[in-house]
Design a protein around this ligand. Structure first.
Ligand code: NAI
Length: 336
């Protein structure tokens, strides 16, 4: 059979880890003809939970699962990694300042970036899920000088999928009939979910919204007052309703992100992912920002040539300003 692909998952003993592992092992991420070898990284307090998940993986008898290792040593965890899912992070606790949060995460993503640099496979592809995801990805990338920066990405696919879900509900179009949605900027409340170029069932979404809502202005108000905040604050809504954070949808979006990256977006149009900026669409160079992207042959490309109107410009700039701010903060802490 084929050589297994090595997938490293950090925070594998946590909630998203638990929701991810079984889908990866069943072939949902890399395809049902690709065997996988899983390496689960945890901190000492999380090792038992990860070991327990490994027992359940064994009990699931997945034909594609070649091997599972559990470790608290990043050098072991990233050894030969082809795909690295950086899920474990330091959450913000009550009273914690942004500087403390970034410092604590720098202590995680700096060493993990160095371990990826020194031990991962040449083709390693990294997806950062742990928050603040974009800046954690920047820290990891900056600590891995031998790995192309394009291989470090952060997850905004959950935001993208949330936007699809909201549009689908508002328009009565199945999600499969909606294309051309974009999340711009940071995976945070400043993100800009943009439907200006979207189509539903082949019709331009702005036109469909205007027809449904009684004019262009009403449609714009719906976007600004309902759609954008609902998508951007969906995480808080899930916590309020469910009594616990989004886990299954986050794991599902992580699977979508890696599957599209490795296997390609094909003819399904673009999606959203946070990538190292080379200055596309006026986004500051050297931050990890969400863009409209397609993937082919294992490489993401930013979709070119979309018109950005004044409203979009303002929203993109505001979210990118936050990313630049976070970068300055981690720079002044010596983390990058
Ligand atoms: P969790 O707290 O259940 O699990 C996190 C796990 O990471 C814990 O088991 C912990 O022991 C482990 N961990 C902490 N530091 C580590 C390190 N240095 N190395 C290895 N493992 C480490 O949290 P959950 O629900 O699984 O969420 C994980 C992260 O994902 C959080 O930062 C959360 O904010 C983020 N998230 C991101 C989303 C996105 O769209 N980008 C969506 C949802 C959650």
């Amino acid at each position: 059979g084929r050589t297994p692909v090595t997938v490293t998952i950090t925070g594998a003993g946590g909630q998203i880890g638990y929701a991810l592992l079984f889908r990866i092992a069943s072939g949902g991420m890399l395809g049902d003809d690709t065997p996988v070898r899983l390496r689960l990284l945890e901190i000492p307090q999380g090792l038992r939970a990860a070991e327990g998940a490994a027992l359940e993986l064994q009990d699931s008898a997945f034909p594609l699962l070649a091997h599972v290792d559990v470790t608290d040593d990043p050098a072991v965890a990233f050894d030969g990694a082809n795909v690295a899912l950086l899920v474990g992070a330091r959450p913000r606790t009550a009273g914690m300042e942004r500087g403390d949060l970034l410092q604590a995460n720098g202590g995680i993503f700096g060493p993990q970036g160095r371990a990826i640099n020194d031990h991962a496979a040449d083709d390693v592809r990294v997806a950062v899920v742990g928050n603040p995801a974009n800046t954690n990805a920047l820290i990891a990338a900056s600590n891995a000088p031998d790995v192309p920066r394009e291989r470090f990405t952060a997850l905004t696919r959950l935001d993208h999928n949330r936007a699809l879900g909201q549009l689908s509900a508002a328009l009565g179009t199945p999600v499969g009939g909606i294309r051309g949605v974009t999340i711009w900027g940071n995976h945070s409340a400043t993100q800009f979910p943009d439907v200006a170029h979207a189509t539903a069932g082949g019709d331009p979404v702005p036109t469909v919204l205007a027809a449904r809502m009684g004019g262009t202005e009403a449609a714009h108000d719906w976007l600004v007052d309902q759609f954008i905040p609902r998508v951007a604050r969906r995480g808080a809504e899930i916590i309020e309703v469910r009594g616990s954070s989004s886990v299954a949808s986050a794991a599902s979006a992580t699977i979508d992100h890696v599957r599209d990256w490795v296997l390609g977006t094909g003819d399904r149009g673009w999606t959203s992912a946070a990538l190292w900026s080379h200055g596309e669409y006026g986004v500051a160079e050297g931050v990890i920002s969400s863009f409209p992207v397609t993937s082919q042959d294992g490489t993401w490309s930013v979709v070119e040539g979309l018109a950005v109107d004044a409203f979009a410009r303002e929203r993109i700039d505001a979210s990118v300003a936050e990313l630049v701010d976070e970068r300055e903060a981690v720079r002044s802490l010596g983390l990058i």
